[in-house]
Structure formats: structure tokens, C-alpha cells
Design a protein around this ligand. Sequence first.
Ligand SMILES: [Mn+2]
Length: 335
Amino acid sequence: MSSIVNKYLQTPTEVGVVAVGFSGGQQKDGVDIAPQALIDSGLLTTLRDDLNYTIHHDGVVHTYTKLFPTSDPPLHVSGAKMPMLKPQTVSNATEALSSQVYEHAKEGRLVLTLGGDHSIAVGSISGVAKAVRERLDKEIAVIWVDAHADINSPQTSGSGNIHGMPVSYLCGFSSAPAENPSVFGWLEKNHLINPKKLVYIALRDVDFGEKKILRENGIKAFSMHDVDKHGIGKVMEMALEYVGDSPVHLSFDVDALDPMWAPSTGTPVRGGLTLREGDYICECVHETGLLVAMDLVEVNPNIGPRDGVDGVLGAAETVRAGSSLVRCALGESLL
Ligand SMILES: [Mn+2]
């Protein structure tokens, strides 16, 4: 059990786990089987047996298929180059997830969301933001660790994939489109985050339109350039100073890690974090005692070179890396 005292959780030894087998925010199958792969690798047992957490988990990997509309055509939004893909599917799934996460967070538990693609952060972060406002009258800070900024609006997106847009919706830069107001129409003001309390780490593949959004809104970001320049130690010092004493939601996209460490992910980008640097980020966040929620997303066990015998090479490695990140954020330490 960690010796760090958590400042904001009412029951810091309890973790609410939501397993989200959802891939609708992008095009590749497989990211939906990640939660089961993480659980099968022993992640939850380790949290219980080695880190002494009480785990609240319904034992279900949620796919939300009952909530999917029978037809979900691409949504052409005014001013957009590409239509939004599976808009109602993503909206419905994240709405349900938001309530699930909210139910755990309002009890004062740490919430761990296992994805799934990164579109699910619209659900997890909104649920935590709402619960923390109600319970503590505070705004959360979000530490978004990712190769990508995921802050496209439907207008700036070059693909229409919603996993590249969650931050835009969470910041309130985008909202339900006039062409179909039921898409993310469920997002209320108390679900949103303050862009001034958002900090990125490990960015290295940011679209032109996203760079403009980051600049114009003065959003704090540490790219891989900053990690190279200052080292991960100094970057974490600066990132945590920026966060101050706000409750922290850590949203970790496994593609923040270099493909050498996490090859099985949908949009790998070379030049990323080492596994140790990723673990270090999580250890530092744990040590603050501010962590109230974590997402681990974009592990895709179907992606990677095939060896013809056991299936995908690199999948087990990526699952192990993801599992390590979660354990570090929840208090596993080297000594
Ligand atoms: Mn992402």
C-alpha cells in the first residue's frame, strides 16, 4: 500500500473500475478487446493483492451495443472537410460511460477507466468533472499524455474520427452540431473542463488546425521536444507546478510511448516516451496525492506484426506496458 496521502478521495483505498470495450471513435477493430486483455494479464488482481486496493468492478466489459442507433450515417457539419464518423454511436456510448464514472467518483473513489479508443475520455472526464464539482466544489485538472492532442473540432478534423476530438468537446470549444443536436447534446456545463487546467505531455503529431487551437487558447503543452530538452524530471516538475493543487484526472494514451515499447496501438508515432519515462510520469502524479481518476486507452492487441503462431507480436508487450502505467499511477514504486 502506498504511503502517499490522497487529498481529495474520500475512500482512497477504493478503485472504481470501468472496462470500456469501445472502438467507435476510430476505424480499427481490436481496441475494444484491450480491457479484457489488461484484466487477463492480472492488472486488477495486482491492484487488489499487491497494492491493497478494494476493487469495485461489475465484471463486465461494456460495449454499449444496445445503445447504438440502427443507422449512424456520417454527419456533415457545416464548415467541415470531413463528416463526423459514427457520431450518434460515440455520443451514446460516452453518455453512458459518463454516468458510470460519475457514480464511482461521487463516492470519493479513484476511478480507473480501461479503454477503448480515446473518444471515451469524453465520458470518463465529464463524469469525474461533474462529481468533483458537486463533491468538492472544485475544477479538475487534466494531464493528457499522448502523441496527439485530440483537440480537433469537427471543422478542423482531417479524418472525421471522433477519437481526435474529445478534448475539443470537453473544453467546450465544440458542442452539439446544429445538423444533429443529439450528438453530444447530453454534455452540460458541469461536465466540462477548464482549458487553463489542461496540460499535455509527449505530443509529437499535432495537426495544423490543432496547433492553432492550442496557441489561441494558451493551452499548456510539453511536446517530445520539451522532454528531450529538459528531461522528463524537469517536465513533470513544470507540469505539476502548472496543475497546482487541483484534483487530477490522468488520461494516458498508450501511443505516448514510443512504438518500441507499445507497438500495438492504432496510430503509433516514432520518437515517443520510453516505458520508464511513462512510468515516471505516473509515479510523479501518484506522489502528488492529487489523482482522482485515470484513463488508459488505445491499446490494440490486434495491431502489430504477426508471427503466425501466437498471433500478434507486440500485443503482450503493449498490454504489459499499459498495465505498468496504471500500477505506477496507483502507487507501485521501485523501492
Ligand atoms: Mn489520444
